[in-house]
Design a protein around this ligand. Sequence first.
Ligand code: FPP
Length: 258
Amino acid sequence: MNALTSWLFARRAAARAKRARGEAPPADPPRHIAIILDGNGRWASRRGLPRTAGHAAGAETFRQIATYCRDIGVEYLTVYAFSTENWKRPRQEVEAIMDLLGKYLRESVETMERDHIRLKILGDPAMLSDELRALIDETAEISGRYEGFQANVCINYGGRDEIVRAAMRYAEDYRSGAAGQLTEELFSGYMFSAGIPDPDLVIRPGGEMRLSNFLMWESAYSELYFTDVLWPDFTPADIDAAVAEFNRRDRRFGGIKK
Ligand code: FPP
């Protein structure tokens, strides 16, 4: 058994043990959690593994955390899997991430309806492979058939890019008479995230304290939570800790405390 496989078994066993203990889920989970998946490369390097093994571990962590978020009553989970800037990485690493995304989408086509997980891809699909684009269309079509928990995976996504595209699309509609005076609400409808409520909580594992061009428009009033835990090591207990911290925050949205 290689290092990655034994890690995977241990992780799944720990999740089963947590479920068996029947630990209480956090009360009052936020409606929408967004996560910057960071720390995969360092996680792998610390184990003497190639960076791509870190991404494979990170994909497994995503599966587990998405299921956990659904189970505790979160309605939307948005993750930053591949940014418009990530194309600068070595070709082999980019290909490995794209392969993992393809694998995840193929599995999702088989299981999402059964598991009641809707899936939406946020970002510009133009630079993705034909296969990935077809899978994105297929998962969107399946997601349209039912209600329930929605996972949003940002691929070839950049927050500024999203705003510029929205501005261009609005300008076209305005010119043709299809759109009226611009308001924040109207503009939100031009984003990749149209129809999705803004994230209440943005979590960044991996020790960095920045947003790295993630949901620049949508996170205006999000609570931010940073942790040193590397993404592949992130567990449901880390979600519980972030939610507990979120519930201690005083969200005023620019107003004053009542
Ligand atoms: C950031 O860690 C991670 C990425 C750029 C890729 C994330 C992609 C996946 C987990 C693959 C599949 C995803 C899904 C949703 C199925 P990093 O490489 O920047 O880590 P480092 O800061 O330690 O180098």
